[in-house]
Design a binder for this molecule. Structure first.
Ligand code: GMT
Length: 378
């Protein structure tokens, strides 16, 4: 395919949509496309210089009248400028609010510019903001003005139709993972450092929002029956951190929990673990479970949202009802006491990632989508 000029807008924060948008941008740049990334801060995965990718930092001016400085207008303005100066072929925005509307406004301001707009929906932009009276009219407007709408799972595509009565086409392009980064552990150094020589290691990573139910990982730890000493590694940070710490103290398991915070070397920590725990009450896809699978670590999670599209129950992990910490604990015990089963599940996870969720596959799917949208001239 011809090399394209592609704009990508995303949140820069420690979260799935920003990580995926940045990884996609990096992969497209490595494939020879010219990539322009828009955000209000440098995304975590774009810490260093990368050839072929230019970062456009959107700054918001303060003004005495502004109780809420209008980031949306500043973003639309930077998008308009880059769209025009660089003749972008595609502007691919991640997370509908406010990015889809900003992209539309930017294109409307450039009367002679025919940049195609693609909006990828990631989850709460539909499931929470889509039901919020402050946003529920503006989101479908953004989708209708996009040249293509992408969802990260079939479940989220269904939700989008249901929440907005949306009848337009939706492409499902699932989350992906870079298997050069997330892979089964090659040595035991990190595992030893984490105490894995004489402990079984459980891992969870998230932004500690209430819907992640991080407290359930502590409940599971408390309910384990296995003879082996166990440690729970908690990666990430967020609003529920204190509650989780309090719960661990109350249940008498604080000594077994390590709060690792927001760290860079997530892949090596996850790969060092025996089992990964994700008790979310809602998840449009579940990037973190996917990363654990890529590391060959079996996943114990919930049967909600897009998670059953990621984890095959009994094959690459186990799915439970939300809050079923007894059931989750029983499966963790089973995996800790049966290394052969654990390894087989880990291998099945890696296979599934390679076949369905690889970076290479996703890059091809995205390039095909861009080509199709560019060919769809009215
Ligand atoms: O929707 C969110 O909560 C934010 C978003 C993010 O930026 O992390 O997470 C969503 O997008 C990820 C990437 O597509 C998905 O893997 C997560 O499942 C999804 N989170 C939820 O649906 C809660």
């Amino acid at each position: 395919m011809r090399k394209l000029k592609i704009g990508i807008a995303c949140y820069p924060t420690y979260g799935g949509s920003g990580v995926l948008a940045t990884e996609l941008g990096l992969a497209l740049a490595r494939h020879g496309h010219e990539v322009h990334l828009f955000s209000y801060a440098r995304p975590t995965r774009l810490a260093s210089y990368h050839q072929g990718i230019e970062f456009h930092n959107v700054t918001v001016s303060s003004y005495p009248l502004f109780q809420y400085p209008p980031y949306d207008l500043a973003l639309a303005s930077v998008m308009r400028q880059v769209m025009c100066e660089r003749s972008l072929d595609v502007l691919h925005v991640h997370y509908a609010v406010p990015h889809a509307i900003c992209a539309y406004v930017a294109r409307e301001m450039n009367t002679h510019c025919d940049t195609k707009i693609i909006t990828t929906l990631h989850g709460t932009d539909i499931t929470i903001l889509g039901r919020d009276p402050n946003y529920r009219d503006v989101i479908p407007f953004g989708l209708e003005k996009s040249d293509a709408v992408v969802s990260v799972s079939h479940w989220l595509a269904e939700q989008t139709r249901e929440v907005f009565d949306y009848t337009g086409p939706i492409d499902v392009l699932p989350n992906f993972v870079d298997q050069d980064l997330f892979k089964p552990r090659a040595d035991d150094v990190v595992r030893r450092e984490l105490g894995g020589e004489d402990h079984a290691l459980l891992v969870h990573m998230s932004n500690f929002r209430s819907l992640k139910r991080v407290g359930d990982t502590v409940e599971v730890l408390h309910r384990l029956r296995s003879e082996r000493p166990v440690r729970l590694l908690l990666v990430g940070d967020g609003p529920d951190q204190c509650l989780v710490r309090e719960l661990a103290t109350r249940l008498g398991v604080l000594d077994q929990v390590r709060f690792l915070g927001e760290i860079d070397n997530v892949a090596s920590i996850v790969a060092a673990a025996d089992v990964a725990l994700f008790p979310s009450e809602s998840e449009s896809f579940g990037l973190a479970p996917l990363e654990a699978m890529a590391c060959g670590v079996p996943v114990v999670t919930t049967n909600v949202g897009g998670l059953p599209e990621v984890v095959v129950h009994g094959e690459s992990g186990f799915l439970h009802d939300v809050g079923d910490t007894d059931g989750m604990a029983a499966d963790v015990d089973l995996l800790l006491d049966d290394p052969a089963r654990r390894d087989a599940m880990g291998r099945a996870g890696v296979r599934r990632v390679t076949e369905e969720f690889s970076l290479v596959r996703s890059l091809r799917q995205h390039e095909e989508l861009y080509t199709r949208v560019l060919a769809d001239d009215p």
